[in-house]
Design a binder for this molecule. Structure first.
Ligand SMILES: [Zn+2]
Length: 152
């Protein structure tokens, strides 16, 4: 089943003087038509998707992109480093995030920043506790898990 460009339900000039007829015609007959044609071209390559609605296709696409982003974030996250040196080396390489226990003291955050230029990017509320309960920087009991990374 091919998708069809629905006709504009009003005249191209209906929105003048705010949007001129030529702009409406270009957007509907060229841009919108190209989107529909490209969708039909993609469906031809994947006929199993032809019975899906646009809403279902976009929902599946968004879910897939979100899963891929989570996978990539996990692939680039060093969790519970063996020690301060491993954390700093990973951060200096700008390889991604480090999830490490943190005591909550500003001095520890400042030390990591001085040694790697990385800062805490997130203190997640729902992060499960890491195996190590000691601050990766000072060894005091951790107050939370912190995600550290280079800023762009
Ligand atoms: Zn600390």
């Amino acid at each position: 089943m091919a998708f069809v460009l629905p006709p504009l339900p009003y005249a191209f000039a209906a929105l003048e003087p705010h949007i001129d007829a030529q702009t409406m015609e270009i957007h509907h007959d060229r841009h919108h038509a190209t989107y529909v044609n490209n969708l039909n071209g993609a469906i031809e390559k994947h006929p199993e998707l032809g019975s899906r609605t646009v809403e279902e296709l976009l929902s599946d696409l968004q879910a897939s992109l979100f899963r891929d982003a989570l996978d990539e974030r996990e692939r680039r996250t060093l969790r519970d480093p063996s020690g301060y040196d491993e954390m700093i080396e990973y951060l200096r390489d700008a390889a991604g995030f480090v999830a490490a226990p943190w005591c909550g003291r500003r001095q520890c955050e400042a030390r990591v920043k001085d040694d790697s230029s990385a800062t805490i990017r997130c203190l997640p509320l729902s992060e499960p506790p890491l195996e190590s309960g000691a601050c990766v920087c000072c060894g005091r009991p951790a107050a939370s898990v912190a995600f550290w990374a280079q800023a762009y």
